[in-house]
Ligand binder design. Structure first.
Ligand SMILES: [Zn+2]
Ligand SMILES: [Zn+2]
Length: 377
């Protein structure tokens, strides 16, 4: 089939009922161009002070973790039933800095991204176009510039979240005034007061927008990069890209995240790079959130292998027959070890764990080999 062009894609969007949101488009485009092509060169040529650098990185990480820890894992995926008020306030103020709509609106869309993976209702699917470049543009930034005909579904999810956390209603109502305070008044006032005068205020304002522009690009890659690059292990386009660290843990193991969205961390065991998961673990220890949702590791591994196998079988059905017998044997061996481990809940030994791990590795290696051989064929 011929690859779709960008203009064909736009025409299709129009036909489906998508409408360009002029305000969003102007704001997002202005941040991108002013942040990267005006503010950034100006600051590089004039030099950044330590105070300015701390302000910029502090802003970046506050906003970034608000998106990953609060908006994403705690609110959209409910990885803990209880969220203390200071965490709500920290997360919502951060969501204003992140400039990607209020928490409930953002989470309402994200819930649909999971519930309707890669369908027309999925707001972020790069599979919307058969041209992966156009799909990448859509999932990365174009989607934020359009009002969708599926807005009703997203709003329903947001309304449920408003009921669950009434404070989200407050922050949604005051979102625009907070934008003005946090993005215009605050950087200017801090620069004016601490760095001395009007020009310092303007400089901090420039730094502010540089880092907001950078933050946009990082958070949006969770919808583009993690659905395009890496190893596909499940039925949807989400991939496991072990090397992609920029979004603080949301980049790697995205396929695993689509399989277990409520599980509080990406990847297992604990030392797999996931600062958002580590932060949640600390929040739990401090009592700032309730008990975190944890899926046992063997359950994650079992489902991952199952989905991976199904994906490969569907993708290369004609090549599967030669590999089936041995793979099924390995699958049976692994599942029996998992079952034995589950049942022996009072006497789980390191020996049983080791056996399960070996069986897992053998099956995974087999599936990876099949994948490689099929790709080469
Ligand atoms: Zn995703
Ligand atoms: Zn998610």
């Amino acid at each position: 089939m011929k690859k779709q062009t960008l203009s064909q894609f736009m025409a299709e969007l129009k036909q489906e009922g998508f409408r360009l949101n002029f305000i969003n488009t102007i704001i997002l485009t202005a941040i991108f161009y002013i942040g990267f092509f005006v503010a950034f060169p100006y600051l590089i040529t004039t030099g950044i002070s330590t105070f300015e650098a701390i302000y910029g990185t502090g802003l970046l990480f506050w906003a970034l973790f608000s998106v990953t820890v609060y908006m994403h894992r705690l609110v959209a995926h409910k990885c803990s039933k209880h969220i203390a008020m200071p965490v709500h306030i920290w997360g919502n103020l951060g969501s204003v800095f992140a400039l990607q709509s209020d928490t409930a609106t953002w989470a309402g869309r994200h819930i649909t991204h999971h519930a309707k993976e890669d369908t027309k209702e999925d707001p972020y699917s790069p599979m919307r176009s058969n041209n992966i470049v156009v799909g990448a543009m859509w999932s990365h930034f174009l989607t934020h510039m359009f009002d969708s005909p599926h807005e009703g579904r997203y709003d329903k999810n947001s309304a449920i979240l408003h009921k669950r956390h009434p404070i989200l209603r407050f922050f949604a109502r005051f979102y625009v005034p907070l934008l003005v305070v946090q993005h215009i008044a605050l950087p200017f006032a801090i620069g004016y007061a601490f760095l001395g005068g009007f020009e310092a205020g303007l400089r901090l304002f420039a730094i502010h927008f540089c880092f907001v522009a950078l933050l946009h690009q990082i958070t949006w890659t969770v919808n583009s990069v993690t659905h395009i690059f890496g190893q596909q292990m499940g039925k949807c386009s989400a991939k496991n890209a072990w090397w992609y660290f920029a979004p603080m843990g949301e980049g790697n193991y995205h396929s695993g995240h689509h399989m277990f969205p409520a599980h509080y961390r990406n990847g297992s065991p604990w030392y797999i790079f996931d600062p958002s998961g580590w932060m949640l673990w600390c929040f739990e220890k401090f009592g700032w959130v309730g008990k975190l949702n944890r899926k046992p590791r063997y359950e994650i591994q079992s489902r991952t292998l199952q989905n991976y196998q199904l994906y490969l079988q569907n993708r290369y059905p004609e090549l599967w027959a030669d590999w089936q017998l041995k793979t099924e044997e390995m699958r049976a061996a692994f599942e029996s070890k998992v079952q034995a481990f589950k049942e022996a809940s009072h006497e789980r030994t390191t020996e049983a764990k080791k056996e399960m791990r070996i069986a897992y590795k053998q099956l995974l290696a087999r599936l990876n080999a099949f994948n490689k051989a099929s790709q080469a064929a």
